[in-house]
Design a protein around this ligand. Sequence first.
Ligand code: EPZ
Length: 419
Amino acid sequence: MEKLLITGPTSLKGEVEISGAKNAAVAILPATLLIDGVCTIKNLPNISDVKISCEILEALGAKITWIDKNSITVDSRHITTTQAPLNLTSKFRASYYIIGAMLGRMGKVQVAMPGGCQLGARPIDQHVKGFEALGAEVSIEKGQINASAKKLTGNSVYMDIVSVGATINIMLSSVLAEGTTIIDNAAKEPHIVDVANFLNTMGADIRGAGTDIIKINGVEKLNGNATYCVVPDQIEAGTFMLAAVASKGDILIKNCITKHLESITAKIIEVGGNVEDYGDSIRVWNNERPKHATIKTLPYPGFPTDLQPQMGVVLSLADGTSIIDESIWDSRFQYTDELNKMGSKINAQGSRAFFEGVPQLEGAPVYSTDLRAGAALIIAGIVANGETQIYNLEHIDRGYENIEEKFRKLGANIKRVNE
Ligand code: EPZ
């Protein structure tokens, strides 16, 4: 079994290049199934979720050629089946995008219920509401989702809850539908805009992505014959910003869109950190113990739930008592048990966690419970006194490209070893 060995404390200093956004890539790849042609995608993060997505596309009949570790061409002119491989689609959450894309292209699909990070209940009722509004029939039997539609017709869909996945999935299933679809109360995350930009580049007609009303005018077909570059990862950039604050370091985060980072920047300044915004890169530095703060996770542009555990490390070291209110997921505080093994004093109760700041963490063996918890534990290991071992690295490898290499270049004493 692999584990990360980290010896701290280290103040992280230097520059880091941000990779393409995981949550854009895992939607753009299924979206290629809508294209009756060939397309090229660049700036894909080299992570296991991307690799699994490509395997699913190939199992459905798409031809994928790797140009380099971050770029591919996809030829989806010949889709040969509507049964997505159960062993692959059950592995991660974003496999539900196969439903929207295959419904849109083929009018039929069977996919395993999605897996992914254990964050509590992860229903897909809003996805199903959208598919049925467009005329599809959806059933869930024996852990498998069956969806079919003789014809998809544009309709208006009001989202009962702001959902990234459902917003993207309804977009995917409507680009080739007859007529116009309106998604009201849509999610506004940067990766949603990126998926819409990708589809428009390939011939779709989507307007308003990034606002809470998205209008999709159905088109005959998507021709592809274009190249698209995935947006930089807002969550990876925020992870390194918060690592700079927690480690009292000084990091220049390059190849990011600072507009996407405004909520993180605001909180970093509030806890006493310093930020210099250069538009496509951002410098974060800190010399003091962080001040306490109150955080409520919200849909974009609010503070992102995917940076909640990383912010938890900063608050566990802050001067005073802090509160995090996790409004998106009903079980995203498992990492606090692991931080408490390292000397933090966190009391998680339901959707809230109370942090009594401590001056220093101590290294310990800890277990990554999900992708972003794993990133938080890496930051904790870097700032802690002594040695930390982090297990369950498969969670981390799903969403961060070369994370230990990137932290090592910033001065961290970190290495991956086989136990
Ligand atoms: C996406 O998950 C991300 N995953 C998550 O990131 C992220 O935490 C989440 O959006 C919120 O930003 C991917 O993009 C692959 P939602 P998703 O639908 O789409 C409820 C990471 O670390 N809901 O926006 O599954 C749901 O239970 C991962 O990169 C319904 O009730 O999230 C949650 O409370 C973890 N019914 C809320 O909405 C539905 O049909 C938001 O979920 C759908 C969602």
